[in-house]
Design a protein around this ligand. Structure first.
Ligand SMILES: Nc1nc2c(ncn2[C@@H]2O[C@H](COP(=O)(O)OP(=O)(O)O)[C@@H](O)[C@H]2O)c(=O)[nH]1
Ligand SMILES: [Mg+2]
Length: 257
């Protein structure tokens, strides 16, 4: 399967260039169609790092997109996925906490687009490297989310995932929807799988989210996602007849007389 890797980045100078280089080292060339870094109006050298790599010409298919204004991680993902040329997308956080060595594992578990099987394979950080308070905040948020949504996702916030591009683009879009992808894929009738992945400490820069802010916005979003889940029905089409040619001809008046 050929994939596009999409990496959202906000002020990830010192991380992003290294992550892109690692991605080209560890994802097999025959799998990797392109890597798109989406810069969400960074104010540091994030853009310079990527543009220097593009100019050096050693990374075929490396692309750079920059937003005119800061719009959030979900918007950055959507910009990259809209621009992507492959039917399969893999995403990673831009800070290097996800390990690109996991991408082939995730893609191997994914069904071919349109075939039975998982349309989303979500990473599952089995040994988190984040600090204590963030780990606890994340545990609590997961517990509340699971109690409300019952999506049985062990790690919805994990940034490394592989999924079908067209399904993502048909999902309802809102800021922070990237945290609810397993619930949203399920809601629209798709299978989701989980694969344990590596988690690494952040090397440069700082986290862009704080626990309180994430918790408050998260509760608000949870109400929205819960509403979407309750108010969505996705029937399977079990019978369909092709349009009849003679009826067409009748309609055009060709069978008369
Ligand atoms: N495009 C975009 N990316 C963001 C934003 N906030 C965070 N990110 C990216 O999302 C990823 C995860 O953010 P991070 O700050 O590492 O969160 P943490 O790992 O949960 O502390 C990183 O790649 C960030 O660069 C944002 O507002 N816009
Ligand atoms: Mg991080």
């Amino acid at each position: 399967m050929r994939i596009t890797v999409v990496i959202p980045a906000l002020n990830e100078a010192g991380n992003i260039g290294r992550l892109v280089t690692e991605t080209y080292e560890h994802v097999p060339t025959e799998m990797l169609a392109e890597v798109i870094v989406v810069d969400d109006a960074s104010t540091d050298a994030t853009g310079e790092e990527i543009k220097a790599l593009i100019r050096a010409g050693k990374h075929p298919g490396l692309r750079y997109l920059r937003h005119d204004q800061r719009s959030g991680q979900s918007a950055a993902l959507r910009s990259g996925i809209t621009a992507a040329s492959s039917p399969v997308i893999a995403t990673m956080d831009g800070d290097g906490q996800n390990d690109p060595r996991d991408i082939p594992k995730l893609v191997a578990r994914l069904a071919e687009p349109g075939m039975p099987g998982p349309a989303l394979v979500n990473g599952w950080r089995t040994s988190r490297k984040d600090t204590g308070s963030k780990r606890w905040a994340s545990k609590a948020a997961n517990w509340i989310r699971d109690a409300v949504l019952k999506d049985e996702c062990p790690d919805t916030g994990c940034g490394i995932k592989a999924y079908w591009r067209d399904v993502f683009l048909r999902l309802p879009f809102f800021t922070s929807m990237h945290r609810y992808l397993p619930a949203l894929f399920q809601t629209y009738g798709h299978e989701v799988a989980y694969v344990p992945v590596n988690d690494r400490p952040r090397i440069a820069g700082v986290s862009k989210y704080n626990n309180l802010n994430r918790a408050l916005v998260g509760l608000y979003d949870l109400v929205g996602v819960s509403w979407i889940r309750k108010r969505t029905k996705v029937p399977r089409i079990i019978e369909g007849l092709p349009a009849s040619h003679s009826a067409d001809a009748d309609h055009q008046g060709l069978n008369r007389g």
